[in-house]
Design a protein around this ligand. Structure first.
Ligand SMILES: Nc1ncnc2c1ncn2[C@@H]1O[C@H](COP(=O)(O)OP(=O)(O)OP(=O)(O)O)[C@@H](O)[C@H]1O
Ligand SMILES: [Mg+2]
Length: 224
């Protein structure tokens, strides 16, 4: 595939810098996440955690540095190649969920499979049950609570067994017991299926499950 660099596995970020116009967000951000590894990122509101995840998903651009996933240098991919890479490799739990309002719950969860031309009703049902939403598949998002919507977003991020799992405050709207179940699902995809998990969180309970906790600051990222 074009953009291949060596045979490196997992995710590698090197010297990443990002500005919005004249305003710097972060610089000198470097980290590695191996297959099967779970890295948590913490940091103050507004420091750029969501921006960094968006860069790792090639949903945003950066001004300096490199992001390489399983040998693919994301900076060398054009828009179409990025979209194809993302569909195959990435599961993303957005901070604001981004559940599609006109699709029902099952259709929202099935979306990553549909985008790959796959249909797997059993897998969708399995994910619905796994996030505690069995029986809600035919409902529209507006008929769900905030925590239920967050669980739809988590099921959608996992349904296609992505190699790179990026989650932005995935337990922010959940009670501790439900949050614990969701963390089990995210870590299962990591520990048993070898995904690289990058999770942004303010939750100490969630960060406690990580292999490493990194603190994002304007001038870089370091062990918390
Ligand atoms: N599209 C944009 N245009 C200009 N500035 C932006 C844009 N998106 C984000 N920013 C700014 O970039 C900075 C980083 O935002 P980001 O959303 O990544 O922070 P965050 O660490 O995720 O914060 P939080 O913990 O509140 O979610 C903020 O100062 C924000 O105001
Ligand atoms: Mg954020």
């Amino acid at each position: 595939m074009s953009g291949s660099v060596g045979s490196s596995q997992g995710l590698s970020v090197r010297g990443l810098a990002k500005h919005y116009g004249q305003t710097p967000v972060f610089q000198n951000v470097s980290l590695d996440v191996a297959p099967g590894e779970f890295v948590a990122i913490v940091g103050e509101s507004g420091v750029g955690k969501s921006t960094l995840l968006n860069c790792m998903a090639a949903l945003d651009t950066w001004d300096a540095g490199r992001i390489v996933h399983q040998g693919v240098d994301l900076g060398t991919l054009d828009g179409e190649q990025r979209a194809v890479w993302r569909r195959r490799q990435v599961g993303f739990v957005f901070q604001a969920f981004h559940v599609l309002p006109h699709l029902d719950v099952s259709q929202n969860i099935a979306l990553p499979l549909m985008l790959q031309g796959r249909r797997d009703d059993a897998r969708v049902a399995q994910m619905l049950a796994a996030v505690g939403l069995a029986g809600t598949g035919a409902r529209l998002p507006q008929q769900l609570s905030g925590g239920q919507l967050q669980r739809v977003a988590i099921a959608r991020a996992l349904v296609h067994r992505p190699a790179l799992l990026l989650a932005d405050e995935p337990t922010g709207n959940l009670d501790p017991a439900t949050a614990g179940k969701v963390m089990e699902l995210l870590t299962l995809q990591t520990r048993e299926h070898g995904a690289s998990l990058v999770l942004v969180t303010h939750s100490e309970a969630a960060a406690a499950r990580a292999d490493r906790v990194l603190h994002l600051r304007a001038d870089g990222i370091a062990q918390a």
